[in-house]
Design a protein around this ligand. Structure first.
Ligand code: NOJ
Length: 961
């Protein structure tokens, strides 16, 4: 019998996370040591022991190459350890992003801090720099860059502020919580500890900041205030807490050998003007992150970033989940700034809304590598984040449609039956998924031939219907000589090692398993080969991949993951790279899929674990959620928090992974699912079957309606995915990102906008809810997508209440937008490419705008200009379609859809019936449904233009007179 741990627990009736399986801050030595710094810093005479020497143009090769007039280094010392050398380096990067790095330098220790997080997370290991200037006077260096941006660096005590127009927006070490534990031997550590005890309270003086100016000084206009000589009493015990676990740590039955000793670091970032901080996924918490510290704080534990396989997670908690993106947006109506803290080791973040918002970050290892994103608004932040980490991958078209999964479809016959039943029920479906049971003894790649005797025939049969399949390939490899993947990885010596340098083995679905080290470049080509048609013959190009359990999940490991003292390529410890680990697996798999055919194809790989940059490789989902109202309600905030951190190809298991949702809840899950960027139903092996075709009326129709609505709006989703892939915008936008100046809507996280379409969606997440409130921003009218009910523009935002019986949910259109749809829903999205398009024009105060982006949906030809991209604009009675970006309008793709027309234009919000509608002087038919703009429940006038006789690829104008 295989080890089915979750199944077993479920059978035993466990229905909540086993909190005791996961650490709290106080149970991990470095967090226990450094979290209390923030309360110690509240004593009156507390000050930072760190100070900087004079800057020089950057030359230190260990953290990158020099960049003329854009990078400087400063020697950094702590009065606590005057003999230990640190270096602070500032780089000014493209996008006016300031990078601030700190590393220990000149140490006699054989150890180094992990400095490669940027290499994996950023698009380029050598980001482009922009020119800046530095002046240093009286212990303050001022670096000026961009438009009105300045880094004001106080040398002693160390404090760095990013200012815009003279106002501080981000302050590093405002509270003096920066501390970098230096490498030491066990013996020295004991001596030092004794010194801490003996010297407690002794006066220590630092040197005054010297006056330095580098080569090309630029006069600082507003001179900083005169710096007082820094004389302070530093209490060592503020920074160095006695802790027996510096060189070895025990937790439950696990021992962490910690050969490098302590190397944690702490830092504080204050956002003086912010009212909210958003981001830091992945947590099941509100989007506007509540306090974790201070009296009456919402949570008592910091937000934790440590990718874990968490079973039945709590719907509202700062506990770690499967992914980690150390990105924060700090926001108020005055402006938005961001910080990316590039660290891949275990990290805890405290948040307190005091003096703006204060944050305290504590990480176990690595260099400090902070990227300060200047904003000044969320849209600019998305662009800056994309400058650093790249835009998202453009998914193949099918991936944006509906996916049907379950643990498991157990036989080939079952897979075909699913196809037939969707067909009979007239429900669209694009992708059918196979969970771990397809694989013989959970040896991925090897089909269980008893259950799937002819996988290629099955895949072909599915492909004939225009559909695809996905099979799971997890990172654990069954440790058995008969398994070629295991044999190969042994022969190539590419496995993750234990602290003693022997291959690590642990327990997962196949039993005893090993894990390939994707940090080892030797593994890359080999992994690509695993997916080639020669090596894996039992597949076709209709098969795509799901990378699960890649935190990695190790059933018998500490916190269900890998021991921290495991070793990766380059000698790095697992502790240093843990949060990146899953991303590298995801990256290699998607690469393998993209190159398996002679013409490169867009891959689709779903990953559970992720890090900053994972959006370049595919989709993620929110893991093992529960089929409860509480979980359904929590998903929107999780999607939004992921979305602003790049991971906007995100979804949740529709229906909830665990449990058997009743029909009402299932309908609500499907309605929510239709507006998840990644729309997949999935269920645990022990749940009852719940495919949408299994239900009787009226539930069946409600489920079908949700599916069809998704397919109808696929062109709008595709627009949004294209913006994500080219501009770095999220596929779904939270309220604060759309309306940054609206303070009252900033924390709204239970509704969201789809791309730039103006579509505003809110899932109904309350049992029995017959009405639902929606928050509407000011200044534009809103229209009900289904009924054309109208809410005229208002000067102030407001809440409206909508009737939401089971077949209804809020879907509104903000005036001022045009969006495309395809109203003839077919069996699969691949069959809709030649279908005509409908355009909905929702008039705003100044007409309306929109776009229509189309391409072949599967290759990379779009990157070479093979696409159709229309700019749609309505003003003064004229609806125009023009080319959005200059490119060859007669490219091969455009030619392939030359016949595709616009079959309908729906204009909402005209106040009187038109007398004629013409295209190039030719009258076209229209219908007019009078509105009632002044009624108690105002309705918009609806103009429907039928078959205007225009093609999607052409320039045209429709005149409404
Ligand atoms: C854990 C995943 O989160 C879940 O979706 C999957 O069904 C199981 N692993 C089995 O593969």
């Amino acid at each position: 019998m295989k080890l089915l741990l979750p199944a077993l627990l479920l059978a035993l009736g466990a229905h909540a996370v086993k909190r005791e399986d996961f650490k709290e801050c106080a149970q991990t030595s470095f967090c226990r040591r450094l979290r209390p710094l923030s309360s110690k810093s509240e004593v009156a005479d507390f000050t930072s022991p760190y100070s900087l020497g004079s800057p020089s143009p950057a030359v230190s090769p260990h953290i990158g190459t020099p960049a003329k007039d854009a990078a400087w280094t400063f020697p950094l010392t702590s009065t606590l350890y005057p003999d230990v050398g640190f270096e602070l380096r500032v780089d000014v990067l493209d996008g006016d992003i300031a990078q601030v790095r700190v590393d220990e330098v000149g140490s006699a220790s054989p150890w180094r801090r992990y400095n490669e997080t940027a290499k994996w997370a950023l698009l380029s290991p050598e980001p482009a720099h922009v020119r800046a200037s530095i002046t240093t006077k009286k212990g303050v260096s001022s670096i000026k860059y961009g438009t009105g941006l300045e880094l004001r660096i106080n040398h002693s005590p160390l404090r760095i502020a990013m200012l815009r127009g003279g106002t501080e927006e981000i302050v590093f070490n405002d509270r003096g919580l920066f501390h970098m534990e230096h490498f030491r031997t066990k013996e020295i550590a004991i001596e030092e500890e004794e010194v801490v005890k003996a010297e407690d309270g002794e006066e220590v003086k630092t040197e005054e900041g010297a006056e330095v100016t580098t080569e090309e000084p630029v006069e600082v206009k507003s001179e900083p205030e005169e710096q007082k000589p820094f004389e302070a009493t530093i209490d060592r015990s503020w920074f160095e807490t006695e802790d027996g676990d510096l060189f070895e740590e025990h937790w439950k039955r696990w021992r962490d050998s910690k050969p490098k000793g302590p190397e944690a670091f702490s830092l504080d970032l204050t956002f003086p003007r912010a009212k909210h901080v958003f981001g830091l996924p992945e947590h099941a918490s509100p989007l506007s992150l509540p306090d974790t510290i201070g009296e009456g704080s919402y949570y008592s534990e910091p937000y934790r970033l440590w990718n874990v396989d968490i079973f039945e997670y709590v719907a509202d908690s700062p506990m770690a989940l499967y992914g980690a993106v150390p990105l924060l947006h700090a926001h108020s109506a005055q402006g938005t700034v961001g910080v990316l803290n590039l660290v891949a080791s275990e990290t805890w973040v405290d948040v307190a809304h005091t003096k703006g918002v204060q944050t305290h970050w504590i990480s176990e290892s690595g260099i400090m590598d902070l990227l300060l994103l200047p904003g000044p608004n969320p849209t600019a932040l998305f662009e800056q984040y994309a400058t650093l980490t790249g835009p998202a991958q453009m998914p193949p078209q099918f991936a944006t449609a509906y996916h049907q999964c379950r643990w498991n479809y157990n036989t080939q016959g079952e897979v075909i039956e699913v196809q037939d039943r969707f067909e009979e029920a007239d429900m669209p479906l694009d992708v059918t998924w196979l969970d771990i049971e397809y694989a013989d003894e959970h040896r991925y790649f090897d089909w269980n031939k008893k259950m799937f005797p002819d996988p290629v025939a099955m895949l072909d049969q599915v492909a004939k219907l225009g559909r695809k399949m996905v099979a799971i390939v997890d990172p654990h490899i069954k440790r058995t000589d008969s398994f070629r993947v295991y044999k190969d990885s042994l022969d190539l010596d590419i496995l993750i090692k234990k602290a003693d340098n022997n291959n690590f083995d642990g327990w997962c679905w196949p039993g005893s398993s090993v894990w390939v080290d994707f940090f080892n470049p030797k593994s890359w080509e080999w992994w690509t080969r695993m997916f080639s048609f020669e090596t894996w013959a039992d597949q076709t190009k209709a098969l795509f991949v799901w990378n699960d359990m890649n935190e990695p999940s190790v059933f018998d490991g500490p916190e269900i993951t890998m021991p921290k003292d495991n070793i990766h390529a380059g000698g790095w410890e697992h502790r240093d790279v843990h949060n990146i680990n899953g991303m590298l697996f995801h990256n290699q798999t998607q690469h393998a899929i993209s190159v398996r055919e002679p013409t490169k194809k867009r891959p689709f790989v779903l990953s559970r674990a992720y890090f900053a940059g994972s959006h370049r490789y595919g989709a993620i989902w929110t893991g093992d959620n529960l089929g409860t109202w509480e979980h359904l309600a929590g998903e929107s905030a999780m999607f939004l928090s992921n979305s602003i951190a790049g991971m906007s190809f995100v979804g949740a298991d529709i229906g909830g992974f665990f449990g058997n949702p009743g029909t009402e809840m299932l309908v609500r899950w499907y309605q929510a699912g239709a507006f998840m960027p990644f729309m997949r139903a999935h269920a645990h092996i022990d749940t009852k079957r719940r495919e949408p075709y299994l239900y009787d009326e009226p539930i069946r129709s409600h489920l079908r309606d949700a599916l069809r609505l998704r397919y109808t709006l696929l062109p709008t989703w595709y627009n949004a995915f294209h913006d994500a892939a080219t501009k770095g915008y999220p596929v779904i936008w939270p309220q604060y990102a759309k309306f940054p100046a609206d303070e009252s809507g900033a924390a709204v996280d239970d509704q969201y906008y789809v791309g730039d379409s103006g579509l505003l969606f809110k899932p109904v997440v309350v049992e029995g809810a017959t009405t639902t409130e929606v928050y509407l921003a000011a200044n534009e009218p809103y229209y009900d997508y289904f009924s054309a009910r109208m809410w005229p523009a208002r000067a102030k935002p407001r809440n409206i209440t909508l009737d939401t019986p089971l077949d209804k949910f809020p879907l509104l259109i903000e005036g001022g937008h045009i969006f495309p749809s395809r109203e003839r829903v077919r069996r699969a999205s691949s069959l809709m490419g030649q279908d005509p398009v409908t355009l909905t024009v929702a008039l705003g105060k100044n007409g309306a705008h929109g776009q229509l982006y189309l391409d072949d949906g599967e290759t990379f030809a779009w990157e070479r200009g093979e696409f159709v991209h229309r700019e749609l604009a309505y003003a003064d009675g004229r609806l125009r379609s023009t080319q959005k970006v200059p490119h060859d309008a007669h490219n091969a793709f455009a030619r392939s859809i030359a016949a595709v027309g616009v079959e309908r234009v729906r204009v909402l919000g005209l106040n009187k019936a038109p007398s004629s509608v013409t295209v190039a002087g030719r009258e076209v038919q229209f219908e007019w449904e009078k509105g009632a703009p002044k009624a108690k429940e105002p309705r918009a006038g609806i103009l429907t233009i039928k078959n205007p006789g225009v093609k999607v690829v052409d320039d045209w104008e429709i005149v409404i007179a």
